[in-house]
Ligand binder design. Structure first.
Ligand code: AMP
Length: 216
């Protein structure tokens, strides 16, 4: 059962992704956000969906445990995996920024300390700028780090900007735009190209229809 295995990221964008799939006729009937179940099948049983932690989606796809993955660009970049990124689903749009205490950014400083949940993205960003930084990996509440002197700045995701504002922090620099992307295992793209292409085309048509609806 299931020609294609699809790894879907748990979390804030799962419901919107499932809604989009439903709109293009790919329905996982017994799926709901708070489910404990980890495996689902589409109505026609052609797609097996595995529901996994967002950070693990690129690994499942790179290793071939899933043919296709749907996850945030943040997790795809941070994973440094070797996969094809073929479609932007435009869900969960936000951005990575460098932020810190207002008026406190001193880029001339020799060695900045940067706190982030995303050490690879952080190091890559500053390496590109020719800056040597010390990265402090945190797992949450990153905004606290510059407030208590754990780091000079942070690299974090901003959506509305409210969290930064409420903590007296300002954006110093944009790093990268983020949204939900579709990734594909390289071997699967060769061996299951027809099925994968059909799946992608259906999603593309759904996205185009949504765009047309929202633009009158
Ligand atoms: P906001 O206050 O709307 O700017 O949201 C920023 C906070 O929410 C930060 O702590 C982010 O780490 C988190 N956040 C916002 N959007 C996302 C996302 N798409 N993925 C992961 N974390 C996010």
């Amino acid at each position: 059962m299931g020609n294609i295995t699809l790894a879907l990221a748990k979390g804030r964008t799962a419901e919107s992704t499932i809604d989009l799939l439903k709109k293009v006729g790919i329905d996982f009937q017994d799926f709901h956000e708070d489910t404990r179940k980890l495996v689902f099948y589409s109505e026609d049983a052609s797609i097996k969906l595995i529901f996994v932690k967002a950070v693990d989606v690129p690994t499942y796809v790179e290793k071939g445990a899933a043919d296709i993955g749907i996850a945030g660009k943040d997790n795809i970049l941070e994973s440094q995996t070797d996969v094809y990124e073929l479609l932007d689903l435009k869900i969960g749009q936000c951005k990575f920024v460098v932020a810190g205490k207002e008026g406190d950014f001193s880029p001339a400083k020799q060695r900045l300390t940067v706190a982030s949940k995303y050490p690879n993205i952080t190091e890559q960003h500053f390496r590109k700028k020719g800056m040597d930084v010390e990265t402090v990996k945190l797992n949450g509440s990153v905004e606290l780090a510059p407030l208590i002197g754990l780091s000079d700045v942070i690299v974090d995701i901003v959506e509305t900007g409210n969290t930064l504002k409420e903590n007296g922090l300002a954006i110093f620099e944009d790093v990268e735009k983020i949204s939900t992307r579709l990734i594909v295992n390289k071997a699967s793209f060769a061996t299951k190209s027809k099925d994968i292409q059909r799946f992608i085309n259906r999603l593309k048509e759904g996205l185009e229809a949504e765009y047309e609806n929202s633009n009158g």
